[in-house]
Design a protein around this ligand. Structure first.
Ligand code: NAD
Length: 287
């Protein structure tokens, strides 16, 4: 692979973001208790355990606190709603995160709705997502924030650019497309029913892929010089983690692509810590 003109080392960029947050936190003179992230987990899913450990480690690195609230897979919706409410009411809790995915027996959107938007560290409540539509947002969903950070830390101009967002989920695709529009990009959103994905990709300056399938995007669809942000995380039969795009073939075509692992993922964790800090400051201003 040729050397990229961009720094897409998500681990290094994440350290940069965490260091900036540490500096701002330490600059507070006589601060009250440190920001506190409460993570609600249902079940004992291996991947969730890994992600949660990373989130806790990142919080602790900055000097923030994190607590884990673990429930069995057969927990009732009512028990979880009550627990989220108790976290809403606890003045010691700054931000609340429900680790997804939840078992299908639970109503995820009802649980997310239960989070007080003032403590919504992932920016997923209807109030926070609505603010993204109107442009009055203060924090972005973590993966969207990570993608935007990756672009801005590389001084990649968005104004007037043609961006193809592949994947239209409420978690990644839709909020990312909205955030990019606020930066005056022209965004095409593609999904599983899009008729001619190749044609949508062909004219894009930047392609962002978040579908969760490594067998869809073909390297020949990507033009030289295109910037490809790979959000996908797929576990192969041998346990290896790969993204949604054929990175090597894309780079060989003269385009640029973020790595998986080590690209958007670490920056998403750092963005979560950043969001906790933004919530903390919001709450301090309200006191
Ligand atoms: P999702 O399943 O909720 O949504 C997938 C989207 O992709 C849908 O809009 C669907 O229509 C679209 N899609 C599926 N097949 C397609 C196809 N053949 N052509 C075009 N579009 C297609 O998934 P999600 O939660 O948005 O996550 C997507 C991927 O991103 C997953 O691999 C997930 O693990 C990963 N992810 C990574 C991070 C990170 O921090 N790196 C964060 C969140 C999600």
């Amino acid at each position: 692979m040729s050397v990229s003109q961009y720094n897409f080392d998500g681990r290094q960029l994440a350290e940069h973001l965490l260091a900036a947050t540490t500096r701002e936190w330490r600059a507070l003179s006589s601060p009250p208790a440190s920001p506190h992230l409460a993570i609600v987990q249902v079940g004992d899913h291996d991947a969730s355990n890994v992600y949660i450990r990373r989130k806790i480690r990142a919080c602790e690195k900055v000097g923030f606190r994190a607590s884990r609230h673990v429930f069995a897979t057969d927990v009732s919706q009512v028990t979880l709603l009550d627990h989220v409410q108790s976290l809403n009411d606890d003045p010691d809790v700054t931000g609340i995160l429900i680790q997804l995915p939840l078992p299908p027996s639970l109503n995820t959107s009802e649980l997310i709705k239960q989070i007080d938007s003032g403590k919504d560290v992932d920016g997923m409540t209807p109030t926070r997502l609505g603010a993204l539509v109107t442009g009055s947002f203060h924090l972005l969903p973590c993966t969207t924030a990570a993608i935007l950070a990756l672009l801005s830390l590389n001084q990649i101009e968005l104004c007037g650019k043609s961006i193809c967002m592949i994947g239209a989920s409420a978690l990644v695709g839709k909020p990312t497309a909205l955030a990019l529009i606020h930066h005056h990009a022209t965004v095409t959103i593609c999904h599983s029913e899009t008729r001619d994905l190749a044609a949508c990709i062909r004219d894009a300056d930047i392609v962002i892929v978040a579908i969760g399938n490594p067998n869809v995007i073909q390297a020949e669809w990507i033009q030289p010089e295109t910037i490809v942000i790979d959000v996908g995380i797929n576990r192969c039969a041998d346990g290896k983690i790969i993204g949604d795009v054929p990175a090597r073939a894309i780079v060989d075509k003269g385009a640029f692509v973020t790595p998986v692992p080590g690209g958007v993922g670490p920056l998403t964790v750092a963005s979560l810590v950043r969001n906790l800090w933004l919530l903390y400051r919001e709450q301090q201003e309200m006191d």
